[in-house]
Structures are given as structure tokens and as C-alpha cells.
Design a protein around this ligand. Structure first.
Ligand code: ARG
Length: 457
């Protein structure tokens, strides 16, 4: 029987009932729905809106429902319209009239807005912990590989020498911002809309602050229309989740490249790789590819939320029921990705010799050769031009800057001396980049230490 049966002559068409129902995806908010109802009932009692006896029965009834759901004694009825209707119906079946008093001064519109806020608030900390765990792994690896020379790239062309530790700490910074964004989202999510009613609040003397306090929320919404129709917090979360996926996806792309025979900078642990059904030699980075692939789902979820909201007149509209699958999918996807990604990074083998070889193969130290001339008084532009000529000479002779004879250097520019070979050593090139934010090993270690302090706060 529907809540609104009094007004209607007929039951909802069966197939349409499935179309209209949200129980298949909103039953995951059962715990939050029950907590919200308990807080509401306790406040109704305190305000003298319902009797103490009714309040007691409601709270005991709800807590028994929570227990029965948890142990499987009670299962959710898939034909119910939504989790709110199901729990209220179950309560009334168990305790009778008192159950019918629970919804006094409340609408499903402010109820569902509260439930999503509580649900998301409850999930965000675990996500922050997952980010912390990954950042921590990156700091450890950065420490270990603070001295490991690798080519830094622009345009995917070897550009200047950096260290592997420095490269990893770039991702740690991204993830640190992600964590901070979640904290910000949490601040605007953890606000209670209860008391907004269907749209115009209520005539009952509700104590909205008391309900918020019981639910450990940081405040109450200030306008009843906005209270029931705001889903900005879900959009913000989906945006924060999308950026996490952008970062994981970029990282995954590099993992995939680094695993290839063309790079061979790393090897993934067998536990985080897969083989091929036909090619016996294959070891594939499926986990990284899936993370890269799944980023699209999360961006899609963000787009779904924005599109659902963009044309809605105030206040509640049923379109808003579409918010849940999108934000739940985004949350579940990111959680799953991080669960696989962190141990994959933690267990990878880093092939530092190959990295160093790749760094030595090009003319990655050309900037440092130019800087050498600058240190001898030549203006940078002239030094740049002279070094360009050196590189052309190397290419012509099939040599690297390290192997080119000093005579050739001198032929291009008199200022070169045999200490140039020391000046263009890759280790020195990286070590001298001590500017704050640069790849010098001591910087990388200091950055890792700073980030560790930040995540332990
Ligand atoms: N299942 C609905 C949702 O998710 C609950 C609110 C329904 N309110 C209503 N007036 N139909 O949005």
C-alpha cells in the first residue's frame, strides 16, 4: 500500500512501480535513515510534539529494525518505493500507531536530503584514509629512490634529468590536494536539512539544531527550499572524485608506459599483473589500465549530477532521485581503484639502471652544458646556441655529450674546458637543482618528510 493511497483510486502500474522505485539503490542508506529518524523522534518528544511513550516505542522499534537488517533477519522489500517508505512501513507494522507519528513535521524530501548527506559524510573519511595510505607509500618510495636518476620529460621527449623520487612526489602533491578537497566537501556536506519539510518547513516547533547535534552535524540549512533541493555537495564530491581519477589515470598511463619493453623502468608484481590467453610471454598492467579506463565512469557521474540539477525549478523534483546511483557509483569506483592501486605501487620493482641508461642516452644534460658556459660569463642565449651546435655535432658523429672529445667542444666555444665533463654528469645536474620544489635528492627527502607530517595531522 502506498503512502498516498487515500488520494488515489488505483495502485501504481506494476512495471511503473519498478520505474518509480529507488529501493534497489537507496537501501544502502538504511543505517542513515534509521539514525535520522531516531534523532527526529527524540526531538519530537523533547519538544512535546509526540508523547514520551510514543518516542520510546519508535526508538526501540527502529533499533530492532536496524539489528534485524544487520543480521539478515529482515530483508528489504524490493517492491517498496524507497528505503524511507520501507522502514516507516516496517516500523508501523511492528509498533502500530506510534510508528505513524514518526513522520510528524517531516517530509521524505528533507528526509532523503538528510540521508544522502549523512551517507556521504560517513563514507568520506575512509576515502581520505585510502589517499593517506597511497601518499604514505609514495613518500617511502620517494625516500628510497631520492637519488635514482631518470629522464624527466616534456612532450614525452627526454628533457632534463630528475630523480624517480621527485617524479613520485609529484603524485603525492596531487593526492594531498585531493585529500584537502574532500575535507572541504565534508564541511558543506555535514549540514542538516531536516526541518525543511517538503519545501516550506513546518508549523511544528521543531528544534532543528538539536537534531543536527544528535547527528554530529555542523549546522542546519538556512532556507527550506534550498534545504530540500540542494545537491551541490554531491556535485562537489563527484568533482573531487573526478580529480582523484584524473590523477590516478595519469599515474596509470605512466605505469603502463614504464612497464613496456620500450621503457622497462619498473616491473609490476605478479599479484598485480595478468597474462595473456594466447601469448605466453605477456605480462600486462591490467590494473593500471582499468583504473585509467574507469576514470570515464566517474567523470560521467559528475556530468549526470550536473545535468540532473541544471533545469530543476525549486524545490524538490523527482529527477533528484537520479543523484544517488551517480554519486554512489563514483564513490564505489574510486574506492575500488585505490584499493587495487596502492598495493600495486607498493610492490612494484624499480629498475633504476634502466632509468639511468635512458637518461644518459639523449642530450638530457644540454641545458647544463649551456649553464656551464653561462658560469664562464657567456650570456644564456649565446650559450644556448653554442650548445645546440654541440648537440648537432654529437648527432652527426653518433656520440653523446659525455663522449664528445674536448677538442670538439673547444671548436664550438673556446670557453669549454675539461671540467665540463664533471658539470654535465647526470647526478650533478639533478643534485644542483636545489631550488625549492626541485629534484635534488635532499629536496625530495625533505618534501617526503614534510608531506608525511601533513598526512599525520
Ligand atoms: N526516493 C526519493 C528520492 O530519492 C525520496 C523522496 C521522494 N519524495 C517525493 N516527494 N516523491 O528522491
Amino acid at each position: 500500500m502506498k503512502l498516498w493511497a487515500g488520494r488515489f483510486q488505483k495502485a501504481l502500474d506494476d512495471k511503473t512501480n519498478d520505474f518509480n522505485s529507488s529501493i534497489s539503490f537507496d537501501s544502502r542508506m538504511a543505517g542513515e535513515d534509521i539514525l535520522g529518524s531516531m534523532a527526529h523522534a527524540a526531538m519530537l518528544c523533547k519538544q512535546g510534539i509526540i508523547s514520551a511513550e510514543d518516542g520510546k516505542q519508535i526508538r526501540e522499534g527502529l533499533s530492532a529494525i536496524a539489528d534485524d537488517l544487520a543480521c539478515g533477519k529482515l530483508t528489504v522489500d524490493p517492491s517498496a518505493e524507497d528505503i524511507h517508505t520501507f522502514i516507516e512501513g516496517e516500523l508501523t507494522a511492528r509498533i502500530g500507531d506510534a510508528g505513524k507519528r514518526l513522520h510528524t513535521g517531516r517530509s521524505r524530501n528533507d528526509q532523503v536530503a538528510l540521508d544522502i548527506r549523512l551517507y556521504l559524510r560517513n563514507r568520506i573519511p575512509a576515502l581520505q584514509d585510502q589517499l593517506t595510505e597511497l601518499i604514505d607509500v609514495l613518500c617511502d618510495k620517494a625516500d628510497t629512490y631520492a637519488d635514482a636518476i631518470m629522464p624527466g620529460y616534456t612532450h614525452l621527449q627526454r628533457a632534463q634529468p630528475i630523480t624517480f623520487g621527485h617524479h613520485l612526489m609529484a603524485y603525492a602533491e596531487m593526492l594531498l590536494r585531493d585529500k584537502d578537497r574532500l575535507k572541504d566537501v565534508l564541511r558543506r556536506t555535514n549540514i542538516s536539512p531536516l526541518g525543511s519539510g517538503a519545501l516550506a518547513s513546518t508549523t511544528y516547533p521543531l528544534d532543528r539544531e538539536a537534531v543536527a547535534q544528535t547527528l554530529r552535524m555542523d549546522g542546519v540549512t538556512a532556507n527550506s527550499l534550498d534545504g530540500v533541493s540542494d545537491r551541490d555537495f554531491a556535485v562537489e564530491l563527484a568533482a573531487a572524485l573526478s580529480l582523484i581519477m584524473v590523477h590516478l589515470s595519469r599515474f596509470s598511463e605512466e605505469i603502463i608506459l614504464w612497464c613496456s619493453w620500450e621503457f622497462k623502468f619498473i616491473e609490476l608484481d605478479d599479484a598485480f599483473s595478468t597474462g595473456s590467453s594466447i601469448m605466453p610471454q605477456k605480462k600486462n598492467p591490467d590494473i593500471a589500465e582499468l583504473v585509467r579506463g574507469k576514470s570515464g565512469r566517474v567523470f560521467g557521474d559528475l556530468m549526470t549530477l550536473l545535468t540532473v540539477l541544471k533545469g530543476l525549478p525549486l524545490a524538490y523534483n523527482k529527477d533528484m532521485q537520479e543523484d544517488k546511483e551517480a554519486i554512489f557509483d563514483a564513490l564505489d569506483t574510486v574506492t575500488m581503484c585505490l584499493t587495487a592501486f596502492t598495493p600495486m605501487i607498493d610492490t612494484m620493482t624499480v629498475l633504476t639502471d634502466n632509468m639511468r641508461k635512458a637518461a644518459a642516452g639523449g642530450f638530457i644534460n644540454a641545458t647544463d652544458a649551456a649553464d656551464y658556459l653561462v658560469s664562464r660569463g657567456l650570456p644564456f642565449r649565446d650559450a644556448y646556441k653554442a650548445t645546440g651546435e654541440l648537440v648537432a655535432l654529437c648527432i652527426q658523429k653518433g656520440l653523446t655529450l659525455e663522449a664528445l672529445p674536448l677538442a670538439d667542444y673547444k671548436a664550438v666555444c673556446e670557453l669549454f674546458d675539461d671540467d665540463v665533463f664533471e658539470a654535465i654528469k647526470l647526478e650533478r645536474c639533478a643534485a644542483l637543482r636545489r631550488v625549492y620544489g626541485g629534484p635534488a635528492p635532499e629536496n625530495v627527502r625533505a618534501q617526503a618528510a614534510r608531506v608525511r607530517t601533513l598526512i599525520s595531522e
